[in-house]
Design a binder for this molecule. Structure first.
Ligand code: PAN
Ligand code: ZN
Length: 192
């Protein structure tokens, strides 16, 4: 393991390419396939058929080598492929940060949306290359690819943040995004 993985780490530069959505050096990459997204799409049968079929990669998350520890500021690039399951656009699982930490996203490539839910209020931000989306403390967040090519964004978050995925399974996200007419998309209530 390179020395800079262990805190405290020394200053260093990361080469960042917005077009290819890559970081160098890079840390671990997480790959989420359809089978990893159980309970998230409203159309469970469509999800199950896809997960049991070709089980496509829905998104990947490549991390920088900054550790997820207190006082560090790790970064990652998420790339969500274009697609829909039961009409619902491909998306990340979505999570809440347990101690209500804030986060910023910078859209890099493609067309996306940043859905946020604080348990009562829902917000949707259109994310086009160059858009910074601010996620205030206490807002669960999920990203959606609303286009027909991969959607990539950079995330920067406190290393102490942690990821609570159970919160979204319990509370939902307020809205869901569906493929619409003429290349657009529709936002509908979470439960149908
Ligand atoms: C992002 C997300 C990333 C994947 O780096 O973790 O987009 O989404 P899920 O974690 O919901 O699967 C972030 O918000 N980090 O805090
Ligand atoms: Zn987050």
């Amino acid at each position: 393991m390179p020395e800079f993985f262990a805190p405290p780490i020394a200053p260093f530069a990361i080469q960042f390419d917005a077009q290819t959505a890559t970081l160098s050096p890079e840390g671990p990459t997480l790959t989420r396939r359809m089978s990893d997204l159980e309970g998230l799409f409203l159309d469970h049968e469509a999800w199950a058929a896809s997960a049991a079929g070709d089980n496509p990669v829905v998104y990947t998350v490549v991390s920088s080598p900054v550790p997820e520890t207190d006082r560090e500021l790790p970064q990652s690039i998420t790339t969500i492929h274009a697609g829909a399951t039961g009409g619902e656009l491909w998306m990340t699982k979505g999570h809440q940060h347990p101690d209500h930490q804030g986060e910023i996203y910078l859209a890099l490539h493609g067309r996306g949306g940043l859905l946020m839910f604080d348990g009562e209020r829902t917000e949707w931000l259109d994310m086009l290359p160059g858009t910074i989306g601010y996620i205030p403390p206490g807002w669960a967040h999920r990203s959606v690819n609303v286009g027909d090519e991969p959607y990539s964004f950079l995330a920067v978050y406190p290393g102490v943040a942690g990821h609570d995925y159970g919160w979204v399974l319990e509370h939902g996200m307020g809205l869901r995004a569906y493929r619409g007419a003429d290349g657009g998309f529709d936002l509908r209530p979470y439960n149908g």
